[in-house]
Design a protein. Structure first.
Length: 343
């Protein structure tokens, strides 16, 4: 007992000494939110200063021609006309709608397949060529194929986002399932859970925070992919930010292109912050937060459970459900007793 106390004291002293020996700018350290905002603002100011410096003065005396790079003032002066004449807000909504539809479809397909691949090695081996192909092929090479299969309308752009994202979602969901510790599976089997009970009530809930975090990061990637589908046009005005870039490129209007390129990360960052808040509220035990959405989800599940029980009672099936549950419990107890007898 005394040796344990001495070991604990020595380890605490060594950690304190190591903490004091670290330099001021310690590796992998954390900074405050205020410092993060300040450093980010300084970076943006530096970029704007360099941009202003190389585009200052009259057009013929500039370091870079205004045809190639307009000045910050000339660029931001185009912001109001783009909202009035080119419907920048409407086109932003159109692009965002396409990404949401395509990414939602990819999530509905990719997450269940990823769960199955993470649980069953044979299924993972079966889908391995699909994920390898989808993760490594250049997305721009798929645009002609999507035009051939889905035409030049909305379905082509939605399916392009689906194809671009589904392989990454499958791979990340598979890895999230595999990252769950084996001890949880062993404990589940020890308590008498079946294979599918272990998957649905142990593996999926434990992997869900990592899956949601991966989806949040991949959504930004998908928002960048939609520009490829919208820039390459085969006729007609499909709308979207990519269409504005394509039209501005043909007209030689670099200022409009720069505004769109600045708008895309701003919108993506705003969406990422919203998804991060949702993530913290759904999984407060992993990422902090008050957990309001998690509590609301549990309340909804409870209400659905009460509604299901009431439906069973109305149709006279509640007693049958209880009998089936009791029979399953007896079977599990018999299996546990058999395993104990064999051991």
């Amino acid at each position: 007992m005394a040796s344990d106390v001495e070991n604990a004291e020595s380890s605490a002293n060594s950690s304190d000494k190591a903490e004091k020996a670290r330099p001021v700018g310690k590796l992998r350290g954390s900074i405050s939110t205020l410092q993060s905002i300040v450093f980010s603002a300084v970076c943006l100011l530096c970029v704007l200063a360099i941009w202003w410096y190389v585009t200052r003065g009259e057009a013929e005396f500039r370091m870079i021609s205004p045809v190639i790079l307009p000045s910050p003032v000339e660029t931001f002066q185009q912001l109001k006309p783009m909202f009035q004449d080119r419907d920048l807000d409407v086109n932003t909504f159109v692009s965002l709608k396409r990404v949401v539809f395509g990414f939602t479809l990819a999530t509905l397909v990719g997450v269940p397949l990823g769960v199955l691949c993470g649980c069953f090695p044979r299924i993972a081996a079966f889908f391995a060529p699909v994920t390898l192909f989808g993760r490594n092929i250049p997305m721009a090479a798929l645009i002609p194929l999507t035009f051939m299969f889905f035409g030049a309308g909305e379905s082509q752009k939605i399916m392009f986002i689906f194809i671009a994202a589904v392989a990454f979602i499958i791979s990340d969901s598979t890895q999230a399932i595999r990252d769950v510790g084996v001890k949880y599976i062993d404990t589940s089997y020890t308590l008498g859970a079946s294979r599918w009970q272990t998957i649905l009530k142990v593996l999926v809930p434990l992997a869900l925070p990592n899956v949601f975090n991966s989806l949040r990061l991949l959504f930004g990637l998908a928002f960048g992919y939609i520009m490829l589908a919208e820039v390459v046009q085969t006729g007609g005005e499909a709308g979207g930010l990519g269409q504005i870039i394509n039209t501005s490129r043909r007209r030689g209007n670099v200022a409009d292109i720069l505004i769109v390129l600045m708008l895309i990360p701003i919108v993506a960052f705003a969406i990422d912050r919203v998804l991060l808040w949702v993530q913290k509220q759904l999984f407060p035990y992993c990422y902090g937060g008050e957990g309001w959405l998690a509590r609301g989800w549990k309340v909804c599940l409870g209400l659905l459970g009460q509604g299901w029980a009431e439906s069973l009672r109305v149709f006279g099936l509640d007693s049958k459900a209880r009998d089936a549950e009791e029979e399953c419990r007896q079977v599990l107890q018999a299996l546990q007793a058999t395993q104990k007898a064999k051991s």
